[in-house]
Design a protein around this ligand. Sequence first.
Ligand code: F6R
Length: 260
Amino acid sequence: MEVIIQPTAEAASLEAAKKVAAIVRSKPNAVLGLATGSTPLGLYRELIRMHRDEGLDFSQVTTFNLDEYVGLGAEHPASYHHFMWQFLFSHININPSRAHLPDGLASDIPSFCGRYEQAITEAGGLDLQILGIGADGHIGFNEPASSLASRTRIKTLTERTRSDNAHFFAPGEMVPQHVITMGVGTIMEAREVLLLGFSSRKAEALAAAIEGPVTQMVPASVLQFHPKATVLLDEAASGNLQRADYYRHVYANKPVWQRI
Ligand code: F6R
């Protein structure tokens, strides 16, 4: 696991965008796993700018999002379908038939989840999975105590995650209890993962994930076993890391060919 600490979330988002762009340029039909929430917004803004100003081409890219709320259709303003079109897809030249998200209105959820896994496999697997992290250490919506071997399935959100995400919903509107999420095992099969963590609110979860024991109680900690995982943090999010100075030293002294 490579840990990169940047002064601000903006700087870290630019680094993340460079990594995504490098993959898309070297493999125009790359398969990207995408996240929603506040964390990837700066990354998506920069990808839009790269598309507009530098011609970064998404026409052959395939995407699979991590998760969606059960019961919310694509038109619902708090659905992750809506989020992705609002903050990324409408502004780049992605082929809509290649942009996949779990279907929050699926009538048979287990069979939908099986087909979602199958579609990822048929697309050739994920080249890069973008991740945020919950304050409780979740990735995707794999809450603490999720199986580290789990696949795409229905999950019940914790009350903490529901309250953390309430700001995406209209005042007084209920945050759904259930979601469809890629499993931890699904995420671990991505050839590369990029975890973004910003703000002091994430510092405790990030320290547990990066430096603590691997445990299902902190699902993000399983990334310690991933062969190609990068964690990009801002200063505030790195506040609880014991080895922060060492990670900075490593990054500052990297050979040029090893940089993003
Ligand atoms: C979103 C997702 C979640 C979020 C996490 C952090 O698709 O899978 O794991 O990445 O809840 O959310 P934010 O970025 O809003 O703090």
